[in-house]
Design a protein around this ligand. Sequence first.
Ligand SMILES: [Zn+2]
Length: 287
Amino acid sequence: MTHWPHGKRAAAAITFDMDADCLIHIAAEDGWRRQYPVSMGRYGPTVAIPRILETYRRLGLKQSFFIPGWCIETYPQAVEMILKDGHEIGCHGWIHENPLNRSPAEQSEDLDKCLDTFDRIVGQRPRGYRAPVYQVTNDTPRLLAEKGFVYDSSMMADDEPYIMECEGHTLVEVPPHWGIDDWPPFAHYEEIGYMMQVRGPTEGLAPFFEEFEIAVELGGLWHAVWHPFLTGRRARWYVVEKWLEDALDRGDIWFATLGEIADHTLARHAQGAVRVETLPYYTGRQV
Ligand SMILES: [Zn+2]
């Protein structure tokens, strides 16, 4: 007997980080001139998002998307489509700036800028955050809690959702890991230093589905971190769509948004049933 809602055996979530072309703007001063990587990124909000949403509509799925503030401003139509279908949108930095390169005050400003965009365009504040390139700093959990975030999804200290206690603040962590991130099998992006060997759709997606089978067998959470311009490409999404149909046919998986998973985790935390990590891990250099 597992703890998941509705007596389900396991939980699953596909999260899409809609980075679009902000990666090239942050990576290169002349990123705005580089039309090819801009076009590769634009594929996400313009072609992949409608495709993904169509599948979710047909299958009755509500899932989570993490979007940088700049992308929300630049691609409001994609955001509107995501919201219209009732999906969750979380915060993913302003323009994919690496928090390691930002002072605590600058991180705070970046988050405020994002929240302003959420207020104006999304119409509600985000409950969840995923740090660009997963780079949470010592200051990030405190800043998130102070600004009303309920959960983070960047840290990798467990397979299952856990609680982060940080300087008197509590955040849920819905942990990703590189085994369910589509960057390693599919990213080929010289301008930002990722030249991975691109896998075929079935081969590249197979490790994610193997992770899923084991999570289901053990009654845990499977949580994918994908990108519209990578896994939302036509042939890859075709394979995902067939897999999703089979996964839903089983009837024993709770497909949920990360917000729903965070709420479930908080409820279990109130019963003392969730593991707690205390942050920051270190307050100074260890060598
Ligand atoms: Zn990203």
